[in-house]
Design a protein around this ligand. Structure first.
Ligand code: SF4
Length: 245
């Protein structure tokens, strides 16, 4: 088992990535190339800060009172955390022993058989769906939807709590037909507790430029509050019993 992993950064008082106050670990490495990615600096695999499970657990323990009083815990995000499944399985096993709440925030791009042990000890899975129209996954992230959807079906079979994350890119992912397909998919997942709609933003464009990468969405403006409210209202109408944020 792999006791060392590569991380990009740590946020010790996160409030956006799961319930309560959270210790958020951003893992280094991602094989995808999402057109809207604002962290292309997390992409390179095998770089970043090397850290052991013991070091992480010791640091996490010092924040424990904040988790307990807020119903929080530990979230692992990325990059794509599932690229370091062995390391995270060890970490989550340790956290499980300490009674801590564990969230995985991922696009679900992994071989299902390899990640089942990790999934089984994860308390909440935050699954990013890249496009409501699954045939457009390659256009958005450079990979097919096959693995994430196999994972989505497994999470449903296991009755694992899931929050869905979906980025609204005007004219690309936020049209009514996209939302209708997204809603169809979510209806088949009674384990989904919540849907988070995230406005596409251009905050990471400078990183693409710095890395000498071509940013294909540069002519698309971020959605304003009214556009987001309209999308939210429309999706809420399609999924009336779900919490849509
Ligand atoms: S999965 Fe996340 S880190 Fe990887 S390219 Fe997509 S947005 Fe960026």
């Amino acid at each position: 088992m792999q006791t060392e992993g590569y991380i990009h950064s740590i946020e010790t008082f996160g409030t956006l990535d799961g319930p309560g106050v959270r210790y958020v670990i951003f893992m280094q490495g991602c094989a995808l190339r999402c057109a809207f990615c604002h962290n292309p600096d997390t992409w390179r695999i095998g770089t970043g800060r090397r850290i052991t499970v013991d070091e992480l657990v010791e640091d996490i323990q010092s924040y424990r009172p904040y988790f307990q009083s807020s119903g929080g815990g530990v979230t692992v995000s990325g990059g794509e955390p599932l690229l370091q499944t062995d390391f995270l399985t060890l970490l989550f096993q340790r956290l499980e022993g300490l009674g801590m709440h564990k969230v995985l925030d991922s696009g679900g791009f992994a071989d299902l058989e390899r990640i089942k042990d990790l999934i089984n000890i994860t308390d909440l899975f935050m699954l990013s769906i890249k496009h409501g129209d699954l045939s457009r996954y390659p256009e958005i992230c450079g990979s097919s939807s096959e693995r994430p959807m196999a994972l989505a079906r497994y999470l449903t079979r296991m009755e694992k709590p899931v929050w869905i994350r979906y980025v609204i890119i005007p004219g690309v992912t936020g049209q009514k037909k996209d939302l209708e397909q997204l809603a169809d998919r979510i209806r088949r997942m009674p384990n989904v507790e919540k849907v988070e709609l995230l406005p596409y933003n251009t905050m990471g464009v400078y990183k693409w430029e710095y890395l000498g990468l071509h940013y294909s969405l540069k002519d698309i403006a971020a959605p304003d509050e009214q556009q987001m409210a309209e999308v939210r209202t429309y999706l809420q109408g399609l999924l009336p019993s779900l919490a849509i944020y």
